[in-house]
Ligand binder design. Structure first.
Ligand code: ADP
Ligand code: MG
Length: 624
């Protein structure tokens, strides 16, 4: 075989973005250079998989019998590494297109990051790899001998040295596939070591679906992990598999290994990641599920295998029963797929339920990351409603610690005599919820209240109107009738006349912003609250719109005053002394703003500062 590649070939310029990438690679110091091998093996494996796909539909291929495998060899003296595959190969045009431009989204994202912040990228570059070009972290000359699977295609030799150009000359390769030779840089000599390369393959590429040989010895796992018997697999192996599958550096929160032959042949490993957002650069939220049948990866990112509210799950699903030769749509709707779907969701939900029962601390972590998906599922997935109801968790007035969560069943078990409804209060955060004036009458009666502080809670409520016959009830409702006894609310010594004059004054100040101003029968520690009139439908949707920053006209609420509260009593006295005392107007405005704030409905809190300063000035005046 001739490797004479220079001399006659015209140099071809790399696309600008490739040059930019190569320039960064050439001028950086990397800590994790060994990922170059993961990238090359992943490309080799992709190439074989694509060839296998051709084989399903196309009779006319070069070397149909050749073993589907990857071979890696190290020549210590020549300081080279070769990676050879029997994959799909490349024609001249394909080599120009694939190796002269940047296709890989990871590389693109990296470039974007690099242009924003040069300092950090050089430290982390090795962690995500930038596809084929990562070879230039370790090599100063790379030769690609390749021949497409099309029997008529000509073999070619592509070569680059990390500069601005590459060359392509005709090759003499007879067999299908690609061989990549890296001429290692002096400072990358450490990689010209068989043992080292073997370790790197084990670390990054152990679960590649095709054999990886070095000197005829298979290096990677020879049976797909998901086809092994679950109890023979060590926990660490799942973690290693998860990391290679997702490139997430965290440990997964949960793994589930299913291996059955009946009623369908089904082998699957599913993971719940540790975090909702993962990946160093792309910050993915949705997981991907790879679907295999008879060792062929038939779909890289399979939707619909799990209910939508489990879309964060990552994993691999393999079944011999999936028909390969029919269209994707037909396969999706086949009885086999339906059975697989049912089996996977059932097992996954069971696993999550077990976690919820057995390890509340871990489940709380799960809930913090993925609870939003379940809340959304309450509104959209009727089929799994019963499962979801059991899995929902809430902060509540009875779970004081920051992380303690309550299930609806626990709430129910704490309901008091005569209680028929499940109470909730809405606010922007837990602290505001715990300070809500609406809690006054419920706390006086020892009633538990769920604290809803997520935007998605409103969506959840559209599908969670009741639980085992108990309606959920927003306690900002003016007509709320509460069970149980509370000590009588002592009305202060304001006369009807005094209180009436104050009410009128506050009404005049707030005008259209409130529907009415009236005495509260329920407030205790708080001076005022804003309540919704019964049947103010859509007030929760208005909250969402407002949180999304849309202009919404909030329906005006009723301002209730606590006649026994010192602020209210003082204000009434001031009105008696001087009907248009400006301090009364300012305090009324401020009380209204405070109520809005606690409801999470204030649109412009900084607007309060001028008024507060005026009040502070009045309060700070020396006596006398
Ligand atoms: P990605 O793998 O994400 O597409 P890479 O930079 O790793 O990006 O590779 C670029 C392209 O080069 C691949 O998409 C593929 O078309 C082609 N390629 C790389 N290695 C091989 C190979 N061993 N056999 C066939 N094609 C390859
Ligand atoms: Mg790649």
């Amino acid at each position: 075989m001739t490797t004479e590649t220079t001399g006659t070939a015209e140099p071809i310029a790399f696309k600008a973005e490739v040059r930019q990438l190569l320039d960064i690679l050439a001028h950086s110091l990397y800590t994790e250079r060994d990922v170059f091998l993961r990238e090359l093996i992943s490309n080799a494996s992709d190439a074989i998989r694509r060839f296998q796909f051709e084989l399903l539909t196309n009779q006319d291929v070069l070397d149909p019998e050749a073993e589907l495998a990857i071979r890696v060899a190290v020549d210590r003296d020549a300081r080279t590494i070769t990676i050879q595959d029997s994959g799909i190969g490349m024609t001249r045009e394909e080599a120009v297109e694939n190796l002269g431009t940047i296709a890989q989204s990871g590389a693109r994202a990296f470039l974007k990051r690099a242009s924003e912040n040069k300092a950090t990228t050089t430290e982390i570059i090795g962690q995500f790899g930038v596809g084929f070009y990562s070879v230039f972290m370790v090599a100063d000359r790379v030769t690609v001998h390749t021949r497409s699977f099309h029997p008529a295609a000509e073999p070619i030799i592509w070569e680059a040295t990390g500069g601005d150009t590459y060359t392509i000359v005709p090759g003499d390769r007879t067999e299908r596939g690609t061989t990549i030779t890296l001429h290692l840089k002096q400072d990358a000599e450490e990689f010209a070591n068989t043992w080292r390369i073997e370790q790197i393959i084990k670390k990054h590429s152990n679960f590649v679906a095709y054999p990886i040989y070095m000197d005829e010895r298979r290096i990677n796992e020879d049976q797909a992990l998901w086809r092994q018997t679950p109890r023979t697999v060590e926990a660490d192996t799942y973690t290693a598999f998860y990391r290679q599958l997702t490139l997430d550096s965290d440990e997964p929160l949960l793994h589930l290994h299913i291996s059955t032959d009946a009623p369908v042949d089904l082998h699957a490993i599913l993971f719940v990641p540790a975090r909702r957002e993962r990946g160093l650069i792309e910050r993915r939220i949705e997981g991907t599920i790879k679907l295999y049948s008879r060792k062929v990866l038939i779909q890289e990112d399979t939707k619909d295998l799990l209910p939508n509210f489990l879309r964060f799950v990552e994993g691999v699903v393999d079944s011999e029963d999936i028909p390969l030769n029919v269209s994707r749509e037909v396969a999706q709707n086949s009885p086999v797929m339906q059975r697989i779907r049912k089996s996977l969701s059932g097992r996954m939900l069971r696993e999550i339920s077990e976690l919820a029962e057995k390890d509340t601390e871990k489940y709380a972590r799960f809930w913090r990351e993925f609870g939003v998906f379940f809340k959304e599922g309450m509104a959209t997935d009727y089929e799994h409603r019963d499962d979801l109801l059991k899995l929902l968790r809430f902060h509540s007035t009875h779970s004081n610690e920051e992380h303690a969560l309550t299930a609806l069943a626990e709430y129910k078990s704490r309901m008091i005599d005569g209680q028929n409804e499940i109470y909730y209060v809405m606010a922007n955060d837990l602290e505001a919820a715990r300070r809500s004036p609406h809690l006054d009458p419920l706390q006086a009666r020892g009633l538990e209240v769920l604290l809803l502080t997520d935007m998605v809670d409103v969506i959840m409520l559209t599908g969670l109107r009741d639980y085992e016959g108990h309606q959920l009830r927003n306690i900002d409702d003016a007509s709320l009738e509460l069970p149980g006894e509370a000590p009588e609310n002592e009305y202060g010594d304001l006369t009807e006349e005094e209180f009436g004059a104050l009410t009128k004054r506050i009404s005049d100040v707030l005008g259209e912003r409130v529907k009415a101003v009236r005495a509260s029968k329920v407030l205790r520690g708080n001076p005022v609250r804003l309540v919704s009139e019964e049947g103010t439908a859509g007030r929760e949707m208005q909250r969402i719109e407002q949180l999304l920053g849309r202009e919404v006209r909030m329906s005006p609420r009723i301002l209730e005053l606590n006649r026994t509260h010192p602020i209210i009593i003082n204000l009434a006295r001031r009105v008696q002394a001087s009907a248009d005392d400006p301090i009364v107007g300012a305090i009324a405005e401020q009380l209204y703003d405070n109520a809005l704030l606690l409801e999470g409905l204030h649109t412009n809190p900084s607007g309060m500062v001028a008024r507060l300063q005026m009040l502070l000035e009045a309060a700070s005046r020396p006596n006398g």
